[in-house]
Design a binder for this molecule. Structure first.
Ligand code: NAD
Length: 366
């Protein structure tokens, strides 16, 4: 019965974000810049159940056609052009825009190139842009991206993919309903650097707990093995008055991403890579050390958090229906703001209050 219900809910959610766009049958012409891992590479060996690239997400969407690819690397263009059957290939972004009349664009390069591509794209009649996280390299540039899209009425979505996934929306809803009681403490284990992994983490934290108030961080001894994007020990105070601790692990030993949420009534642990979740309640027996009792799984969603179809489908739905995407430019900005606050706190050795005023501070990508 539970399995049947779960299936029904999943099918309903797929319907909302995919099939329900059927009233406008025009196929949108989509292009992609940056044929690296998230653009094209992760789906080199196709997997029906997990789509991890923008290219394959457009191919799987009934309302889009992937018509062109752009990358400075000719070998990648040739390779992925063949895999995804895209004949129109460009090494120059401006040329792609000139030759193709695109409805929709995915920007899958690193953050320091995003503003340049958005500036060019909004001059054409592009209707929607999916931009990879982090939205940009500085808060100033992120603001410019948001403003340009707003001025030209281009729908801008940022690929923090968990926010698009129904599993995370459901958890956020349950937390807001007080399913765990009042939040007491949150611990999160990560390893892949504060800009790269952190931008995902901060978006999930905002979705679950609202806005952050202050950030204190210091360099971790457990390395990300990337000097330009370190692992930081971080303590974030949320407006709800509780503390979230980010605890880095050495990426060589642990490639994990896990969150442990302690409410006054229940404890919820989620593996943010697989969506495996465990929920516990504290035993009523009055002792100093109260035994935890494992409860039935909270939700049984099978769609992995790394599947980016939800995001692309949502963007296409928003373009066709003129709606606001689930993950907006503002969400991208706020997540980047916490990344930058964490970097500044480590550098200046002090607590940083939000909002961040140093909007010129730039994060590095290599
Ligand atoms: N959402 C996710 O889970 C996820 C996963 C991986 C990467 N990302 C993000 O996606 C972005 C790209 O990451 P990646 O791992 O795919 O990187 P990558 O290095 O594999 O790919 C980037 C590609 O962009 C191309 N490129 C760079 N400058 C260009 C230019 N001026 N014109 C055309 N092409 C250009 C490069 O040749 C390369 O092929 C980053 O912002 C990263 O944070 C997100």
């Amino acid at each position: 019965m539970i399995k049947f219900l779960t299936l029904k809910i999943n099918l309903f959610l797929w319907f909302i974000t995919t099939i329900s766009t059927f009233n406008d049958m025009k196929e949108l012409k989509c292009g992609l810049v940056g044929c690296g891992r998230i653009g094209c590479g992760y789906d080199e060996k196709p997997d029906e159940f997990l789509i991890r690239t923008h290219a394959m997400s457009y191919i799987k969407n009934n309302h889009t056609k992937l018509v062109s690819l752009c990358d400075v690397d000719k070998n990648k263009l040739k390779k992925y052009g063949k895999i995804y059957s895209v004949r129109n290939q460009y090494t120059d972004f401006k040329e792609m825009l000139k030759e193709e009349s695109l409805d929709c664009l995915s920007i899958c390069t690193h953050g320091d190139t995003h503003l340049k591509f958005v500036t060019e794209a909004v001059r054409k009649n592009i209707r929607g842009i999916m931009i990879e996280k982090p939205i940009s390299d500085s808060l100033n540039n992120a603001e410019k991206i948001i403003k340009l899209c707003k001025q030209k009425k281009v729908i801008l979505a940022v690929n923090h993919q968990r926010r698009f996934n129904p599993f995370y929306q459901k958890i956020s809803h349950l937390l807001k309903e007080g399913k765990l009681g009042k939040i007491q403490r949150v611990n999160l284990m990560y390893g892949g650097g504060i800009a790269n992994t952190g931008s995902h983490i901060f978006d999930v934290l905002r979705l679950f707990f609202g806005e952050a108030k202050s950030i204190k961080s210091e360099l971790s001894k457990n390395s990300s093995h990337k000097n330009f994007d370190p692992n930081l020990e971080i303590c974030i105070e949320f407006q709800g008055g509780f503390i979230v601790n980010l605890c880095p692990l050495d990426l060589k030993n642990y490639g994990i991403l896990e969150i442990d949420i302690f409410g006054t009534k229940k404890r919820l642990s989620i593996d943010l890579v697989t969506n495996e979740n465990k929920i516990f309640s504290s035993s009523r027996v009055s002792q100093d050390y109260k035994k935890l009792e494992k409860l039935k799984k909270l939700i049984n969603f099978s769609y992995p958090p790394t599947d980016i179809r939800f995001g692309i489908n949502n963007l296409i739905y928003c373009i066709k229906r003129k709606k606001i995407p689930v993950c907006t430019g503002y969400d991208g900005y706020k997540s980047l703001e916490i990344v930058i606050a964490s970097m500044l706190s480590n550098k200046l050795e002090k607590k940083i209050l939000l909002p961040v005023t140093n909007k010129n501070y730039k994060i590095k990508f290599r």
